[in-house]
Design a protein around this ligand. Sequence first.
Ligand SMILES: [Zn+2]
Length: 511
Amino acid sequence: MQRLFAYALTAAIGIAGIQADAAAADPHLTPDTSAALDRISADSLRGHLSFIASDLLEGRGTPSRGQDLAAEYIAAQFRRAGLEAVGDDGYFQTAHWKFAETNLKDFSFQLDAGKEKLSIPANLLSFSLAQSLTLAPSAIVKIEASDAAALDAQSAATLAGKVVVTNLPDFNAMPHEQAMTAYKGWQAYGAKLAKLHPALLLIVDRVHPAGDAGGSGRLIDPESGGETVSTVPRMTIHSTQAIQALDALGADGGARVSVHVAAPVERAVKLRNVIGVLRGSDPVLKDTYVMVTAHYDHLGIKGGKIYNGANDDGSGTVSVMEIAGALAGMKQRPARSIVFMTVFGEELGLFGSRYYGRHPILPIKQTVADVNLEQVGRTDSSEGPQLNNASMTGFDFSDVGAVFQKAGKLTGINVYKNEANSDFYFGKSDNQALADQGVPAHTLCVAYEYPDYHGPGDHWEKVDYANMAKVDRMVALGVLMIANDPVAPKWNTANALTKPYVEAWTRQSGQ
Ligand SMILES: [Zn+2]
């Protein structure tokens, strides 16, 4: 799950008894269904996640060998469950993209502030550049994002060949509303600057003491014009010494910046969504699909540390595998088909799910719902303990929330609308890509934020497996309820926030 700016043991004693009582009372819990839910095991989930989130997989960055290993493991589990392979390469849907590797050959960044001449190493800078960047000593101009008048006073002529220096607003230190306003202002500032074409935007970051030195590089999606970075080259400076030297200058204090960053080295990469289908049993409804998704990528290695992403989103990934295995063993298959898919590149911007949205393997207009699983393993939410609790994003955007709420009642999980987060997080995970195509799609999660969220300490040992197994039984039942209902879920047209999705659904269904 993605944060707002740029950039977390209970025994199931007694539950078997509750299920047995409910089974007697509710037609959804047939003996076959109850047996399937019982196959979802805490030990099995722990086993899968201890591999998916092991150091060997190096944080499953997009792209990486660790991610490829994870994909192969997920495919192996789909194969074991006997799912139908519907990808272009068995269980894989392959995206042929490019990766532009950062090139630090002959890197230099010099700040000449009169008496101080500083040479800044790459690790005290952060950048993502589309091309090489070479600046002969260039004058700087300080313009804060909050100072609209100062920017309005400039033109393409006055900024030609110059380096604009500005402070990065500390969004995380601001109250929520103020942060939203400041963030919009920051985006508007970038858009205005893009029209004035300065030689470089140099952003001063006083919060983070180190940079990413260009990171490993960046992905290029050939379908989005190949470019994902801004047209004005941007670098962020973290060097305390350099920041002090810049602070000592006036608005136009005669300092100069010179830079050389070599062109990135491009190579072809294969990125994979992993997809398998449990074919339905109804002669007509088997050609309609309920999706269960999760993202199997995480942040990879940063600054020499492995970000294992056990909860984000190893937990969703292993849940998809476990639910697939449990439902595949049913004597009576559900009426509709169920699609199990794990996607790449969520952490970089929902890349894998958006790729699927543009290249659906199964017709979108026959896809009736998607439940996307994120952060379902840890119960130590920043909002307090979340035992037997699961929240759905966009809870009242469609009928799906109510179905899972009912499945929760039958399995001992409180499925609820989180008033603070439900709507806000709707667009922050892979359900968004399917919602944009018109499919009623939601993310189900246990903890929106938790200690170790996007940190190197998100380890598999910290997950509550008994609770995760219970949540997964609820998910499996909810999915079966949709798969066995001849009436497909619908968007809630009374909620104004669903308007774009209703329009997309109308387009897809040709109505
Ligand atoms: Zn996530």
